[in-house]
Design a protein around this ligand. Structure first.
Ligand SMILES: [Zn+2]
Length: 449
C-alpha cells in the first residue's frame, strides 16, 4: 500500500514541479553535510540573490544607491550583517517595491500571512522556492520515518499544506494522501467524528497546531474510543509547551515532532528523533537571531531575521519575521551539524468558544484578517465573554463600511450568537518585552474541554 501511494505521490509532485524528486534527494543528501560546506553553499547563493535584488528590486536598488553600497562586496554572512533590517511594516507599506521586475512571464505564487504577529502581509514565491520549501518539510518529517505518500491527517485551518488553486488543491489533497479536519469547528459532535475518522482512515501521521491537537487529545483521554495508533504527530505554527507535548503523546500513543516554518521568509527548522531542539534548514534561507539592538547573536534569545536564498520572485534580505527564538550552540547527538533553535517564543493563540458550543481555533481570525491587508494594518481579537468578541483594528486609509459589513458577515457565519464589536484605533497597545497573543480569550472554559 505504502509503495503504490508513494509512486503516485512522487509522480504527482513531478508534474507539479519537474525535478522535485531530484530536489528532495538532494536535500536529504545534504541533511548531514558538514556545516562549513553548507555555509559555503549559502555564500554562493547569497552573492547571487544580493546581486539580483540590487539590480531588479526597486526597494534594494534605492537603498543601495542611498547607502553607497558596493553590490559585489556583499558575499558573506558578515557582509550581510551590514545591511539594514526590513520590518513587516516596511514590507507591507512598500509591497510593490519588493517585487522583482522583469519577471512577469514567470509563474509565481501569491500568498498572504499574518502569523500571529497581527500584521497582515502579502508576499510572492517563485515555483522553485516553493518546491525547496516542500522538500525541506518532507526531509524534516522524515526524521520520524515519514516518506512521501504516507497518509497524514491535518487538524488545521486552510493554510497548513493547503492551497487555493485547483491544481494545487488536487495535488495536496489526493496525491499527498492528506485527510483534512477543521480546527475551526471543534464541537463535541465533530470531535467524536474526528476520532471515528482517525480509526477508519488510519493515518500514519497527524499534523496540527499544538492547541488544536491538545483539544483532540483531551477529548480522547476523557472519552476514549481511539483504536488506531499513528507513528507520530507533527506540531507547527505555535509554541509547543512540554505539558502539551506529553498530553498529545499520551492520547495518541506516539511521539510528537515539533517544527517551525515561515514561507514569507523561507525559514524552517525541524526536530529530529533525539528531540533536543529544531535543526535549522540552511538551503532556502539564512536565519539570524538578533538582540534588541539588531546585533546578530551566536546564541541566546532574540528576533528571528530571514534572508531568502531561493525566492527570486520577491527576495528579502534581513527580513524581521516577527518571531522570537532561542538559538543554542550545543550539537545534537544525531550527527546533523546544522544549528539548533531551542524554542520559538510567543507564537500562540487561544481557542475560542461560541454560544453554539463550538471550539474555534484562534487561527480562524488569523486567516480571515490576513487576507485583508488592504484594509487593516494590525489587528487583535479578544473574546471577553462567551457571547462578546472584540476585534480591535488599526485601519488603512482604504478601510470602509462595506469592508466592515463583510467582516461581520464572515464572523457571523461561524457563530451567529457572537456579539462582535469592532473598535478602530490608531495603534495597538504594546506590552514591553512581551509578544502578546493577538487572538486570545478571557473565557477559561474555552481551553479546557
Ligand atoms: Zn538532531
Amino acid at each position: 500500500m505504502r509503495s503504490s501511494w508513494s509512486f503516485m505521490a512522487s509522480a504527482a509532485h513531478e508534474v507539479w514541479y519537474p525535478g522535485f524528486g531530484r530536489l528532495l534527494r538532494q536535500m536529504k543528501r545534504q541533511d548531514k553535510t558538514d556545516v562549513d560546506d553548507l555555509y559555503a553553499i549559502q555564500c554562493v547563493q547569497l552573492a547571487s540573490i544580493v546581486r539580483f535584488a540590487f539590480r531588479r528590486v526597486r526597494y534594494y536598488r534605492d537603498y543601495a544607491a542611498k547607502l553607497g553600497l558596493d553590490i559585489e562586496s556583499l558575499r558573506t554572512h558578515a557582509d550581510l550583517r551590514s545591511l539594514p533590517i526590513v520590518t513587516r511594516r516596511q514590507l507591507q507599506s512598500r509591497h510593490a517595491d519588493f517585487l522583482s521586475e522583469g519577471r512577469r512571464s514567470l509563474r509565481v505564487h501569491n500568498a498572504s500571512t499574518s502569523g500571529t504577529s497581527g500584521t497582515p502581509l502579502d508576499y510572492r514565491l517563485s515555483p522553485r522556492d516553493r518546491a525547496v520549501g516542500l522538500a525541506l518539510m518532507y526531509r524534516g518529517w522524515g526524521y520520524s520515518g515519514y516518506q512521501v505518500g504516507d497518509r497524514v491527517l491535518l487538524l488545521a485551518g486552510r493554510s497548513l499544506g493547503s492551497a487555493s488553486r485547483r491544481w494545487d488543491a488536487g495535488l495536496t489533497g489526493y496525491a499527498r494522501n492528506l485527510v483534512r479536519l477543521s480546527a475551526f469547528d471543534m464541537t463535541e459532535k465533530a470531535l467524536s467524528r474526528y476520532v471515528t475518522i482517525l480509526n477508519q482512515k488510519k493515518p500514519a501521521y497527524l499534523r496540527g497546531y499544538p492547541s488544536a491537537l491538545l483539544v483532540l487529545a483531551r477529548w480522547i483521554l476523557c472519552k476514549g474510543g481511539l483504536t488506531w495508533q499513528p507513528r507520530a504527530a507533527f506540531t507547527t505554527a505555535e509554541v509547543l509547551l512540554p505539558e502539551v507535548r506529553s498530553e498529545i503523546s499520551k492520547a495518541l500513543g506516539c511521539p510528537v515532532f515539533d517544527g517551525y516554518g515561515l514561507n514569507d521568509g523561507g525559514v524552517s527548522a525541524f526536530e529530529c528523533e533525539r528531540h533536543c531542539g529544531l535543526h535549522i534548514d540552511m538551503e532556502r534561507s539564512i536565519l539570524e537571531v538578533v538582540d534588541e539592538k539588531g546585533v546578530t547573536l551566536k546564541e541566546g534569545t532574540g528576533r528571528i531575521i530571514a534572508t531568502t536564498l531561493t525566492n527570486y520572485a520577491m527576495p528579502l534580505l534581513r527580513y524581521d519575521t516577527g518571531d522570537v527564538g532561542e538559538l543554542v550552540q550545543h550539537k545534537c547527538s544525531c550527527g546533523r551539524q546544522r544549528p539548533l533553535l531551542k524554542a520559538i517564543h510567543g507564537r500562540s493563540t487561544d481557542v475560542l468558544e461560541t454560544p453554539e458550543g463550538k471550539l474555534v481555533h484562534g487561527w480562524f481570525f488569523v486567516y480571515l484578517l490576513r487576507d485583508m491587508s488592504r484594509y487593516i494594518e494590525e489587528f487583535e481579537v479578544v473574546q471577553e465573554t462567551v457571547t462578546k468578541v472584540s476585534i480591535v483594528l488599526v485601519p488603512t486609509p482604504e478601510y470602509n463600511r462595506t469592508f466592515e459589513g463583510r467582516l461581520r458577515e464572515l464572523v457571523g457565519e461561524l457563530s451567529p450568537g457572537w456579539n462582535v464589536q469592532i473598535h478602530l484605533v490608531a495603534a495597538l497597545q504594546r506590552v514591553d518585552g512581551e509578544k502578546r497573543k493577538y487572538v486570545r480569550t478571557q473565557v477559561h472554559a474555552a481551553n479546557r474541554i
